[in-house]
Design a protein around this ligand. Sequence first.
Ligand SMILES: *Cc1c(COP(=O)(O)O)cnc(C)c1O
Length: 457
Amino acid sequence: MDSIDTRTLQALDAAHHLHPFNDNAALAKKGTRILTKGEGCYVWDAEGNKLLDAFAGLWCVNVGYGRKELGEVASRQMTQLAYYNSFFGCTTEPTVHLAAKLAELTPHDLNHAFFTNSGSEANDTILRLVRHFWAVQDQPHKNIFIGRHNGYHGSTVAGASLGGMKGMHKQGGLPIPDIHHIDPPFWFGDGGEMGEEEYGLHCAKRLEDKILELGPDRVAAFIGEPIMGAIGVYIPPRNYWKEIERICRKYDVLLVADEVICGFGRTGEWFASQYYDFRPDVMTLAKGITSGYIPLGAVMFNDRVADVLATKGGELAHGYTYSGHPVCAAVALENIRILQDERIVETCKADTGPYLAEKWKALGEHPLVGEARIAGMVGALELVPRKPAREFFPDRGRVGQLCRDVALRNGLILRATNDSMLLSPPLVITRAQVDELAEKAWKSLDMTAKELGMPTG
Ligand SMILES: *Cc1c(COP(=O)(O)O)cnc(C)c1O
């Protein structure tokens, strides 16, 4: 594609395409970046720039770009049976195989899959079916969900309500009733003088306090991302989730783990509930389930919840035209086969993950970085005006944006949230590519510091 075509595309885009999570007027002036090709950990844009994608698209391209097998199974399934639904007592072969595969892969007794097209829809499904679960057991008032401020559970009405993003709540009259939020664990911003253990318990106690305030007979479920992604990769203390689990059990509150980012190997375990060693009753899946090659989400319910829904729930008045779409299911199965056969998750845990962690922590030595945090293959750099104080820039977000743009010019894609630089590369990243990533990140930090008139590394 030559640059004249690119400009035409950008003009058409500006005229006709409203972008999600963008200031569309500003974007129209600036011009959209158009991506044209992907291979492994790299993508190319229409200007011909080759970029190391350290964000795996949007936390999702776990097996990397350009895997022909995934296209081939999609093509085969489309040719054989492009679509059939799972309504009216029917389903398709790949859908059944995927449900069974997910039951086998996910921990403990998460044995029952409900399929959706996205993570947002999966969380909508959870809101409805969990409330239904309590209602059919004569507890219709046990309908409150507790989420966390700054959590992200998607962009639909229920998803955005369960999430705690203030900017999202402002648009469209959210949150809907009977959803409450507690503060998340964010040691850098909020940990004060507390050590990790103490801070973990302190944050978990917020849940107990909230349950007692609302009344345990009113609280249906607690939902959280094991590691909070969108807000800036908040990695909770080791003991946080165990304590959350204990509190949920004590008050018979269902525990929902939104593993849309963490699932399928991101932490070096298949699921972050294994990384933190806790047992969710319900799990949200999307993104890495197909490595982003095709849209798919799923909810995994444990035996207890599924049994009640099956035996007392009557007809489930819920479902999507594309619940369990055969093409999406076939791609998910092939994606899981690749992850398993190539031992990608194990390699992350034993080799590339620790190597990435070492290089990422070393970026923490840069004068612009107040904290470098990482768990498996997901991390963040907190950019700060001075060290060693845990302090933020006054106009939060400006420096992060600047650093992100500088990194792009250096051929590296990192996401910025506020002034955190977020890391979530394809899980197939090699040691050599980790070196390249670290080098480009350090150079970008230096150039950002220079533009700010701050000391460089
Ligand atoms: C991306 C995301 C979602 C929403 O998934 P969509 O497929 O965009 O609807 C939900 N939860 C978490 C933790 C996410 O990161």
